[in-house]
Ligand binder design. Structure first.
Ligand code: NAD
Length: 420
């Protein structure tokens, strides 16, 4: 993809081009194509919050539902100074496709508030959350739109939203959000879910390429929720984690990193650097290491046309959202590197969110073993479906995942028919 006017494309431009590409290949009916290209609903809210010093500040927030053809809208709420309606639109659309790839009965949504919670007190963040939840309560609900945590929001934020919504109704409604603490209807297995899904995808990809996961060398960028769980679970299945990084830089060990020891080290020292018997490397070097599997699990846009020719991994598993630019994507395809796209690879998180919602509605909670085995079944099926689509159309997994997702949402829309 060429930058427009020399400027890198925005997330919405990327999302729309990927959608258009899939729609072209599917020869989507022009009417349905137009329906799915735009969000179904967008809400902008401006609301006051009393700050700790008694002053009043007005904040702007958004909730966008891209599509609800396959079920309630689902997904995160982010708090960040750079949140824009356009960004939220792009992320809502991606969620529609992600839910469709793993075939869970949800549409896509996203929300955000323009704010910097790092400069606010806990009480200010709570008041902001409760008022924002009230403002968007015309859209959210267990049957209509189910938020979850995203950048700078967490299980506590979800607890406040659940409590606010429940207070409005006069009884507890845990199914209005997912990613809640366990004590109020959260699910076992949610914390590891995304990394676990990434690990399942890597195992399947390795098997398909005839790579023995036992002893396979893995490099992981990012040691947060996704990176840590992916590294730990791949190490448990016998892979050798040769490199891991965080925002302070990376570490390398030819013989393999002890992920549990690294977690303790990071908790004590604040970074991955300095783990005994490891060498220091940069984040850029990590991406270009000799290894079988590369897992970008930190930031967007780290794999570019510039570094893609030097990447040596045979499998790239997108733990993060959007770590690969469209130009790099093309390079990897041409070089025969198997890239597992984000909308498939990191869908384990939303899948266990779905399990949480089901458990809340049934008021019957599953064991961790049950969660993990159901997650494995869903991820394995999704991987197989995407691979089959890629083979049928002679294309890469990213395009195939988009084609699969768009075709599923289009089918639901056509089957329901256009109202009135
Ligand atoms: P996190 O905040 O827990 O961890 C992010 C990690 O990236 C941290 O270790 C941080 O130090 C590291 N990092 C930051 N800047 C870096 C840099 N310049 N170089 C290398 N590492 C850097 O976040 P997370 O929840 O693990 O999410 C990571 C990515 O996965 C994001 O793209 C997110 O959207 C995506 N994702 C997360 C989930 C989930 O369930 N948490 C689900 C789907 C997708």
């Amino acid at each position: 993809m060429r930058p427009l006017n020399g400027v890198a494309p925005t997330p919405l431009e990327v999302a729309l081009r990927q959608y258009d590409d899939a729609a072209d290949l599917l020869r989507l009916d022009p009417g349905i194509r137009a329906v799915l290209r735009v969000p179904q609903r967008e809400l902008t809210v401006n609301f006051p919050v009393t700050m700790d010093d008694g002053s009043v500040r007005v904040f702007q927030g958004y909730r966008v539902q891209h599509n609800t053809g396959r079920g309630p809208a689902k997904r995160g709420i982010r708090y960040h100074p750079n949140v824009t309606l356009e960004e939220i639109r792009a992320l809502a659309m991606l969620m529609t496709w992600k839910c469709a790839v793993v075939k869970i009965p949800y549409g896509g949504a996203k929300g955000g508030v323009v704010c910097n919670p790092k400069t606010m007190s806990q009480k200010e963040v709570e008041r902001l959350t409760r008022r924002y939840a009230t403002e968007i309560s015309v859209l959210i609900g267990p049957e209509s739109d189910v938020p979850a945590p995203d950048v700078n929001t967490n299980p506590q934020t979800m607890a406040w939203i659940m409590d606010t919504y429940s207070m409005h109704h006069g009884y507890s409604i845990p199914g209005v959000v997912t990613g809640k603490p366990l004590s109020i209807g959260g699910s076992e297995g949610r914390l590891d879910a995304t990394g676990r899904g990434v690990a399942y995808c890597v195992q399947q990809a390795a098997e398909g390429l005839g790579i023995d996961i036992r002893g396979a060398r893995v490099a992981v960028q990012g040691f947060g929720n996704v990176g840590e769980a992916t590294a730990r679970l791949l190490a448990e299945s016998g892979a050798k984690i040769v490199a891991i990084s965080d925002s302070s830089g990376g570490i390398y060990s030819r013989t393999g990193i002890d992920v549990a020891a690294l977690k303790r080290h990071k908790q004590e020292s604040g970074s991955v650097l300095g783990l005994p018997r490891t060498e220091r490397i940069s984040n850029e070097e990590l991406l270009e290491l000799e290894c079988e599997v590369l897992v970008p699990a930190a930031l967007e846009g780290v794999l570019t046309a510039e570094n893609a020719p030097r990447v040596k991994a045979r499998i790239i598993a997108e733990g993060a959202n959007g770590p690969t630019t469209p130009d790099a994507d093309r390079v990897f395809h041409e070089r025969g590197i198997l890239l597992i796209p984000d909308i498939l690879c990191n869908a384990g998180g939303v899948t266990v969110s779905y399990f949480e919602w089901v458990q809340d509605r049934e008021e019957f909670f599953w064991s961790l073993e049950e969660i993990n085995s159901r997650l494995k079944r869903i991820m394995t099926r999704a991987f197989d479906d995407v691979l089959r689509m890629a083979r049928e159309h002679g294309t890469n997994l990213r395009r195939a995942a988009y084609m699969l997702a768009v075709s599923r949402v289009a089918e639901a829309t056509t089957t329901r028919g256009l109202y009135p």
